[in-house]
Ligand binder design. Structure first.
Ligand SMILES: C[S@@+](CC[C@H](N)C(=O)[O-])C[C@H]1O[C@@H](n2cnc3c(N)ncnc32)[C@H](O)[C@@H]1O
Length: 401
């Protein structure tokens, strides 16, 4: 195996740069896009593991080093540890690249000494690096929403487990598979042509509105890359789908063509959407923090404080107001987010209902949904028999006039 000796393009440098972008707010997906395809998957997985083990590696470094160190040096050592413990890269190559890179920060002595110490204690450190540690701010929010001990303890215990089960749906929803167990999406190869794949919890939310929207005309106003529009279409709905993101819309077209579905897709900012017709049903799968995808995207738990959730709430309320202007009398707005945070979920609905007293929430039917205040939550525990899911919130608001 060749040793990468150009410090500039070593994996450590690439991963370090990606993490800096993610810490400033980018998603992991976006931060790895600029790398060559051949490197992307390795960088993506290492970055995810870096966040999953962030508190563990930090604790080990603090224990082994008595000196106060440069934050960049700590990050380089953390990345190197992830590669040493979780990748097949030769240890000497990892240490070499880490030390070379740290020369630019004038901290190579510290990085070298600490990594050698870590290598000499590798076996005894393995247990420390594998234990599940959770960021306190994140933990507090989870307990606030999932107050049941059995639920939040399950979530804490399995926080580092990547979801292994996906919902596979076919064009004709009668054939939807609910419990397909797969470890990688490659296993779906044969199914790809006429099926689509999504998180089990995500599917459950849409399934819970099936009887309400079946065979109806519906506006899906934040629709790309299309997962929910496809399900609605399989319920016999006539779907109009909007999204303002060009790249996501392209993916949406690709998926729609692959599935052979007939959807009315429009690249449109929902906030500027003009229409003469009133819709009886509107699905608002609103942009949000994605905090509920913490098992898939472990970085979100560290960003909880910098997420500007109140700004997200303002946009979510603005979108609900826009929906209000085009919903018919007795119409239903279905609000959804992949977040469990009160600011983006029950608070949004509270504020909306306070201002719009002609609306009520309506009951949704699913034994997996957990009712709280004016909406329903899906959490990983709901699907513990399937290895857990992401977390979601859904609320259906009906106008009574
Ligand atoms: C949670 S994702 C939607 C996922 C989609 N419903 C699905 O199931 O595949 C939110 C989407 O909102 C879109 N979005 C954000 N602001 C928007 C706006 N002002 N108008 C329309 N779409 C918007 C984003 O581009 C993103 O694709």
């Amino acid at each position: 195996m060749s040793v990468i000796n150009k410090t500039k393009s070593s994996d450590i440098v690439n991963i370090f740069n990606a993490i800096q972008k993610i810490n400033k707010g980018q998603s992991v997906d976006n931060a790895v896009q600029s790398f060559e395809e051949i490197k992307r998957s390795f960088i993506f997985l290492t970055v995810q593991e870096y966040y999953r083990r962030h508190l563990n590696t930090l604790e080990i470094i603090k224990k082994l080093s008595h000196k106060k160190s440069h934050p960049d040096g700590i990050m380089i050592i953390q990345i190197a540890m992830i590669m040493i413990f979780f990748s097949k890269k030769p240890e000497y190559a990892v240490v070499h690249d880490a030390v070379e890179f740290s020369k630019s920060f004038k901290i190579s002595g510290f990085v070298n000494a600490l990594l050698r110490k870590i290598l000499s204690e590798k076996d005894s450190l393995l247990k420390n690096i594998q234990s599940t540690k959770i960021n306190n701010d994140f933990k507090k929010q989870l307990i606030k929403i999932y107050s049941s001990k059995k639920i939040h303890e399950y979530i804490f215990r399995t926080l580092n487990e990547k979801p292994v089960n996906y919902q596979v749906s076919y064009k004709n929803n009668q054939n939807a598979l609910y419990d397909l167990r797969v470890s990688t999406l490659e296993d779906f190869h044969d199914l790809k042509k006429n099926s689509w794949v999504q998180d089990i919890g995500n599917y459950e939310c849409i399934r819970s509105i099936r009887e309400i929207v079946k065979n109806k005309k519906i506006l899906d106003c934040c629709a790309a890359p299309g997962g929910k529009s496809f399900l609605l279409s399989s319920f016999g709905c006539e779907v109009t789908s909007l999204d303002n993101n060009k790249e996501q819309i392209e993916k949406f077209y690709e998926n729609t063509n692959r599935l052979g579905l007939d959807l009315d897709i429009q690249e449109e900012n929902f906030l500027d959407f003009q229409t003469k017709e009133k819709f009886e049903y509107i699905l608002l799968d609103a942009p949000c923090s994605s905090l509920g995808t913490f098992r898939r995207n472990p970085d979100v738990s560290f960003k909880i404080k910098q997420m500007a959730l109140k700004e997200k709430q303002s946009l979510q309320l603005e979108m609900l107001n826009q929906a209000l202007s085009i919903i018919s009398n007795n119409g239903v707005i279905i609000y959804m987010v992949c977040s469990f945070h009160p600011v983006e979920t029950i608070e949004v609905i509270d504020k909306f209902l306070k201002k719009n007293t002609d609306f009520n929430t309506i009951n949704l039917k699913s034994d997996k949904l957990l009712k709280k205040n004016n909406g329903y939550f899906i959490n990983p525990y709901s699907f513990k028999d399937f290895g857990g899911s992401d977390s979601f919130f859904i609320s259906a608001l009906q106008r009574n006039s």
